[in-house]
Each structure stands twice: as C-alpha cells, then as structure tokens.
Design a protein around this ligand. Structure first.
Ligand code: NAP
Length: 447
C-alpha cells in the first residue's frame, strides 16, 4: 500500500525541497559528488532487490529489470563525476578596466514527473544531474510504479543525502492532474523535468509558461527503422529485434515502423519473422527465459489490438502473431505485419507494444520523406553499408538520436533527447547537467 498524495502533500514536499535547496547549494561539489557516489554504490549492492521491485510493479522481464538497474545506477555514478566539472568562464571585453565572468549556479527546486516504463532510470537520469548541479527535487512517479522511486529514497537516505533533497510524492492517477499542476506552478519550483507522453508534456508546458520556468521534456517518439538494399540482413534483424522488442515494445525509442527497400524486403521479413519465433518468449517476468512480459495494463493491449485490426482491414498481412496472447488480458503476441501503408494508424501513432509493421519503399528520398513526415523525432535507425548514404541519411533524419547499423543506442555518456514534438533539452552525457544550471554574468569593473 502506497500513500496517495494530494495537493497539500505536494506543496509540503516543495517547501521541504526549497528549504533543503538553501543548504544543499552551499555543499561543496566534491561533497555532493561523494554522496551521489555512495548512492550509486548502494544501488549496486542492492541491485537484485531493486530489479525484483521493477519486475513486480511493471511486469518487465527480470533480466531486463537487472539491465535497467545498472543503467539507472550508472547515471548516479556519471553525475557524481560531472558534479566536479562545472566550469564558468572569463570574457575579455573591449573595456580595459573590466572583466566579465560567467558563473554557473543551480536553478533551484526541480519538479520531476516520470513514467512507468523505466521506473528507476527515468528518475536517476534527471535526479543525478539535478543533485550534482546543486538542485533539490520533488519526484512524482507514475501511479503504476511508485515502489522504485521509494526504494531510491530509502537508499538516498542510507547514503547520507540530506533530508529534503530527494522527495517523492506518489499519487494515484486520479490526483495526478492536480498534483502535477501544484508542483509545476509553485513559485518555489524553478524547473520542470518531465518524461512521458507528448499530450501530458504540452499540459506541463502550459504550467511552465504561466510561471516562466525552465523545462526539460522527454516526450513520445515514432522511431523509423530503415533497411536499405545494401544492408547486412542478419545485422538488421538483430537490430530490429533489440530496438522493437525491448521492454515488450514499451520504450520511447522503440522502432515504430520498419521501412524496407524493395530489393531486400522479402529476405528481411522472412529472417525477422524467424528470429521473432525463435527468440521471443511471452510469459511472467519472473520466469527464467521470458523475454516478453505483459503490457502495463489492458488499455495498452487494446491500443495494439486496435492498430493491428485497423492495418489488416486496410490490406496489411499478418506474418506472425496478430492477436491477444492466451496468457491473459495484459498480454499480446509479438506481431509482424507486412504490406503496411501510410494510411494505417500504426504508422503515425506511437504503438508502445510488440507490433512491427513493415512498409516497402523504392528510393532513399521516399524513405526519408516517410520518416520525416512525423511531427515527433526522438530516435531513428537505419542499416546500410554505403558510407555516402550513411552520412546523407544520418544528417537528414529529423530526430535527436540516430542508430546506424545499431539498434540499441542509450548510454549514460551520450545525449538523450528529441526534436520536434519529442521534446526539449538533453539528458545524460556532459550536456545533461546544464539543464539544472543557470548562467549568471558578472561584470567586474573598476580594475
Ligand atoms: P503519461 O501518461 O504522460 O504519464 C507520464 C507521467 O505523467 C506519469 O507520472 C503520469 O501519472 C503523469 N501525468 C499524467 N497526466 C498528468 C497531468 N495532467 N499532470 C501531471 N502529471 C501527469 O505517459 P505514459 O503513457 O505513462 O508513458 C509513456 C509515454 O512516455 C510514451 O509516449 C513514451 O514515448 C514516453 N517516454 C518518453 C521517454 C523519453 O525519454 N523521451 C522515455 C520514456 C517514455 P500517472 O501515472 O498517475 O498517470
């Protein structure tokens, strides 16, 4: 049983975070770094329990949950290192009696709202950067996955992170709107960092606009996965499996539509279907060998089912899968469709489930045009052995992240984020900490 916070608790958490911020920003970068490192060490020591919490609350296969915990902990490790590498600048202006300084200072309290699909990593990716910069946070986790956020709070406390620096306000979906509004409009909050759907992101952007707050938005995607004639089929299939079926298709960087050139189309579809049948096993996330867990809820299953039925009614062919799985109401069969066309829902609506629709194309220009027709642009993948084509396509795809002959691209060292309606700002990498820092120009005169 988890507390269901309302507006009153949310405001109290913001107040606690603000009071803690007044002290935390004075803590030396070295000390903040050391506390983050301790938090990281505790995550590693408790990684098995933390992984089991993820599987229990989201259904994610245990092996993937272990992977998420490492990925999540690595953000704390990375930002413990970055905490000590925040540099300012000195600028020489034409005035001989002055020096211009640029200071980097923590923004203040950050309101952090996270989704259920990576219940641990989506928190540390933001909170690691925020705490390293000297900010404090109020985290509202998703209704479906509050336990990972709370387990992180326990470990933060054990690590010696002062109370009020990392605050969690679990709340029901019923309260999410009001609680979200309370933390995102509170004058004591200076920054909103959100990962979730584009629809919710737009609501939070309105809150931010009304009180002029800094924002980071990691929103939905519609990743194209393009296979050109020159591609190595085996590599392309391995990449397709990884980018489509991780977390049962429920990641924002999951391939949403497969664009396959005519010359390689039949070989790719055949090999992809064989790999799906051979390597994917639907089941309970705790069972050894399960690669595909349940979807997060029945609504998610209904969405996949609706997309499949829509595509089939408009002429798509089911190569494998195509219906709900016999295991129960939250399961769907890994599904491959071919003869897919752009008038089908699955090509312009994020699926967030185990559905791989294949569109056949003839020219590079055609593939780029289909990929760039989306109003979002988070990740994109393509397979080609032609160096000139690789440069052209990598530069032309309207996305924030590109996988070239690679289906798994997330790494704490690299900037994560999207363009168009996929969001604003970047997380992770050396750039991630800037999202929590303000620049202050100091003109030092009379010299
Ligand atoms: P969602 O509905 O937007 O929920 C995300 C978070 O926002 C949850 O904590 C949710 O609370 C909360 N929320 C919902 N409505 C709110 C409101 N009006 N005010 C304040 N908070 C509100 O997203 P989702 O469908 O659960 O998550 C999947 C989406 O996240 C996909 O679109 C995916 O692409 C995106 N995503 C993006 C990234 C990225 O880095 N770009 C990473 C992962 C996921 P409740 O749980 O209580 O509803």
């Amino acid at each position: 049983m988890v507390a269901d916070c309302g507006v009153r608790e949310a405001r109290a958490a913001v107040r606690a975070a603000y009071e803690a911020f007044c002290r935390w920003r004075e803590v030396s970068a070295k000390e903040r770094s050391s506390l983050l490192r301790k938090w990281y060490n505790l995550m590693i020591q408790n990684k098995d329990d933390l992984a089991r919490i993820i599987t229990a609350e989201s259904g994610k296969p245990l092996k993937e949950a272990h992977g998420e915990i490492l990925y999540s902990a690595f953000f704390l490790e990375w930002f413990s290192e970055e905490a000590r590498r925040v540099y300012g600048d000195i600028i020489y202006t034409p005035a001989k009696d002055r020096r211009a300084l640029v200071l980097k200072q923590p923004i203040g309290v950050a309101a952090v709202i996270t989704p259920w699909n990576f219940p641990s990593a989506m928190i540390t990716r933001k909170v690691g950067a925020a705490l390293a910069a000297g900010c404090t946070v109020v985290v509202k986790p998703a209704e479906d996955t509050p336990f990972s956020a709370l387990a992180l709070a326990e470990l933060a406390s054990q690590a010696g992170i002062p109370s009020g620096v990392y605050n969690v306000i679990p709340c029901s979906r019923k309260n999410a709107k009001e609680v979200g509004e309370a933390i995102c409009t509170d004058p004591l909050v200076s920054k909103i960092s959100f990962t979730g759907s584009t629809t919710t992101g737009k609501i939070l952007l309105h809150h931010a606009a009304n009180s002029v707050k800094r924002v980071s938005m990691e929103l939905g995607g519609l990743a194209p996965f393009i296979v050109f004639d020159s591609a190595n089929v085996d590599q392309a299939v391995a990449g397709a499996m990884a980018s489509k079926f991780r977390n049962t298709g429920q990641t924002c960087v999951c391939s949403n539509q497969f664009l396959v050139q005519r010359g390689i189309h039949d070989a790719f579809v055949k090999a992809f279907a064989e790999a799906m049948k051979k390597n994917l096993r639907v089941g309970n996330g705790f069972e050894e060998g399960t690669t595909q867990g349940p979807l997060i809820n029945e609504k998610a299953v209904e969405k996949v089912e609706k997309q499949v039925n829509d595509a089939v009614s408009k002429g798509a062919t089911v190569v494998t899968g195509g219906k709900r799985h016999q295991l129960g109401k939250n399961f769907f069969e890994p599904t491959l469709l071919c003869n897919v066309t752009q008038d089908m829902l699955c090509t312009h609506e994020e699926t967030f489930g185990p559905l791989a629709p294949v569109i056949k194309f003839d020219t590079e220009e055609e593939a780029i045009a289909i990929a760039n027709a989306a109003d979002v642009g988070l990740a994109g993948y393509f397979y080609s052995q032609d160096p000139a084509q690789i440069w052209r396509v990598a530069e032309q795809l309207e996305v924030g992240m590109v996988g070239v002959n690679e289906g798994l691209i997330s790494s704490v060292e690299c900037p994560f984020g999207g363009v168009k309606q996929s969001g604003l700002g970047r997380e992770g990498s050396k750039y991630g900490i800037d999202e929590y820092l303000e620049l202050k120009y100091v003109c030092y005169g009379g010299l």
